[in-house]
Design a protein around this ligand. Structure first.
Ligand SMILES: NC(=O)c1ccc[n+]([C@@H]2O[C@H](COP(=O)([O-])OP(=O)(O)OC[C@H]3O[C@@H](n4cnc5c(N)ncnc54)[C@H](O)[C@@H]3O)[C@@H](O)[C@H]2O)c1
Length: 591
């Protein structure tokens, strides 16, 4: 293929257009910038000059490169200038009528072979294309802000776009140093289609007072490794923009999970649009600032004092139990590791020794610390030994009958006033509590795997948990250097309730042949800075485990949009469970 599009016109040189113009000129192409009027053109040129000067200061560009680059960009206010372009990219404000008018004009001005691209985020590319007589040469080119750092470009084709036009557009994006992914014309495309439903659920979760804004954000950062929490991200995107995108998504999908959470409408009506106005979910020290200021908490009630915890017990001998023992022992707490038999307990302690050894060999732990931690752990095959501990964490099999039996046993053994915690991820904590005669002492402590590395613990209080038990566990988490977040006893707690519907949406997107596994994973990693794409994550977590969590969520909330995608059920039925079986969404055996 020849070098695609040697001359490109960019209509609208605001946030996106100015960035795109610079990226194109950097690839050595001529850029015809077009603004609404002479004043706007002057301001746009100023923006481009300033942005490139900043790039020189930050040593992303040399002075000579900047001069050459600016020499390739002309800025005017006449749309006619687009006549000599091979590709026109429209980046005017997100209004359908404005975009349709511009496309109708461009259709008259440009030769029939010129490709016309829209930068829309949430409008229908098809409706924009319908304003022209060349819908086969019209597509979407969705760049991400800031253009110079974000590598992703969604190349959006409508049912009428010719394969040649979208291939040329993808090749063009690659020449700008970007990674193009192919998407069909649907509100939100890949990235926003998956991101905004999740952001919306986070807003709804806050609105229902299930957890605080700080806890929701911390849970997603620390539990999933996301670069930002969802509410802080909504403030960055702009609450008004988010609401517009969600409205467009709902319009097409009629999925209630896309209907903007009422709180978004309230914030918009109040002019609290996020960082740009200085206040959204958080308050900032000035409009446009990224520095959130601390505010007095709305509830304002001081926490009651917790109970003293001088020794702990952990029930179980698996991955989570061993990891939790390690967390406690490293923080200097004496730990009883109690399993169903002495042999199982000894094996778990040997696992622990191996894990500590690995930390030593990686230079993360001193040999003395390893020895001190190991000396604090006593392995026992008898639950009766737990009689004297102040707190027990149960981490046995994820089976309600098994857990209830264990809680009934603990109830008979453990001293009065001790805290009994379960680390269940999908069962109701209250069902563990009611297996005892002291449900007010029972609470959830949901650790994440691997427990020694993951900072987050979801502290789950039931309707019966006594406030001083909650305080005890919050204090203990801090003492063992974990970050606790508080939530109520409902399916998924914070993290899984926000994460798994997103993963399910990704499976649905694949199942509908909207985009490929690779394109969806690439889009989420490059477009949102996620450490893993949804299919990579599903293959690591296990498709069977994911399906179970999705079923629990659907059963709890009965939201039609939460029903597990049939493709996930089919893969599980076929024994494709992810990395552990060598095959899930990807074939790992062949790699
Ligand atoms: N900002 C983002 O994060 C982002 C990310 C991806 C896509 N988008 C999409 O990109 C498009 C542009 O958004 P933006 O954030 O750059 O907006 P913006 O408001 O910063 O810029 C729009 C520019 O278009 C100019 N303009 C208005 N009417 C015009 C006309 N008739 N002819 C020529 N120029 C005109 C304005 O003067 C302004 O400079 C929108 O469709 C938006 O949804 C935005």
């Amino acid at each position: 293929m020849e070098r695609p599009f040697p001359t490109v016109a960019v209509v609208g040189l605001g946030t996106m257009g100015a960035g795109i113009a610079v990226a194109i000129a950097q690839s050595g192409r001529r850029v015809i910038g077009i603004e609404a009027d002479a004043d706007a053109a002057g301001r746009a040129l100023g923006r481009i000059e300033e942005a490139t000067a900043r790039a020189v200061r930050r040593e992303r560009l040399t002075d000579a490169e900047r001069t050459a680059l600016l020499g390739l960009i002309s800025v005017g206010d006449r749309l006619d200038a687009a006549a000599t372009a091979d590709l026109v990219i429209e980046e005017v404000p997100e209004q359908l009528e404005l975009k349709r008018e511009i496309f109708a004009e461009l259709d008259r001005i440009c030769p029939p072979e010129t490709v016309l691209a829209t930068g829309t985020t949430a409008l229908s590319v098809t409706r924009i294309a319908a304003a022209t007589a060349r819908p086969e040469r019209v597509l979407g080119l969705h760049f991400f802000n800031p253009v110079h750092t974000m590598k992703l470009v969604e190349v959006v084709r409508t049912v009428l776009t010719s394969p040649q036009a979208s291939e040329e557009a993808a090749a063009f994006a690659r020449e700008l140093g970007k990674e193009p992914v192919a998407a069909g014309d649907r509100a939100g495309f890949i990235v926003n289609g998956l991101l905004f439903a999740y952001l919306n659920q986070a807003a709804a979760m806050l609105e229902s007072r299930y957890a605080t804004r700080e806890d929701i954000d911390a849970a997603m950062r620390l539990g999933c490794g996301l670069p930002m929490g969802p509410l802080a991200l909504l403030d960055l995107i702009g609450i008004d923009t988010a609401r517009t995108v969600l409205e467009a998504m709902y319009e097409q999908s009629r999925d209630r999970l896309h209907a903007p959470a009422p709180i978004l409408g309230q914030l918009v009506a109040a002019g609290l649009l996020g960082r740009k106005t200085g206040r959204g979910f958080y308050a900032y020290d000035a409009p446009g600032s990224s520095r959130a200021v601390a505010e007095a908490s709305a509830g304002g009630t001081a926490r009651v004092a917790g109970r003293p915890v001088a020794s702990v017990g952990v029930c179980g001998s698996g991955t989570m139990a061993t990891g939790i023992v390690e967390v406690f022992a490293k923080a200097g707490l004496p730990v009883l590791l109690a399993a169903r038999s002495q042999e199982k307990a000894d094996r778990a302690k040997a696992q622990l020794a191996k894990s500590l050894e690995r930390s030593v060999s990686r230079g993360r732990l001193a040999a003395e610390q390893r020895d001190a931690a190991l000396a604090l752990v006593t392995a026992t095959g008898s639950y009766a030994d737990l009689a004297g501990v102040d707190l027990v964490v149960e981490a046995v099999a994820e089976d309600l009958a098994v857990k209830r039996d264990l809680f009934a046993v603990l109830d008979k053994i453990v001293k009065p006033g001790a805290v009994l915690a379960t680390t269940t991820s999908s069962l109701p904590v209250i069902s563990c509590a009611t297996a005892t005669s002291r449900p007010h002492d029972v609470i959830g402590m949901h650790f994440f795997n691997p427990a020694p590395a993951m900072k987050l613990v979801e502290v789950v209080s039931t309707v019966l948990t006594s406030p001083d038990v909650t305080s005890t566990v919050l204090d203990l988490c801090t003492k063992v250097r974990k970050h606790p977040v508080e939530c109520g006893d409902r399916a998924g707690f914070i993290v899984n309730a926000l994460l798994f519907p997103y993963l399910n949406d990704a499976v649905r997107m694949l199942q509908e042949h909207y985009a490929t596994v690779d394109d969806i994973d690439t889009a989420m990693k490059l477009g949102c800075g996620y450490p893993m794409g949804p299919f990579e994550l599903l293959d690591v977590v296990g498709l069977d485990v994911s399906l179970t969590i999705e079923k629990v969520l659907h059963q709890e909330f009965r939201e039609p949009g939460l029903a597990a995608a049939p493709l996930l059920e089919h893969l599980v039925a076929a024994g494709c469970l992810g990395r552990k079986t060598g095959r899930g969404f990807r074939d790992h055996a062949r790699r």
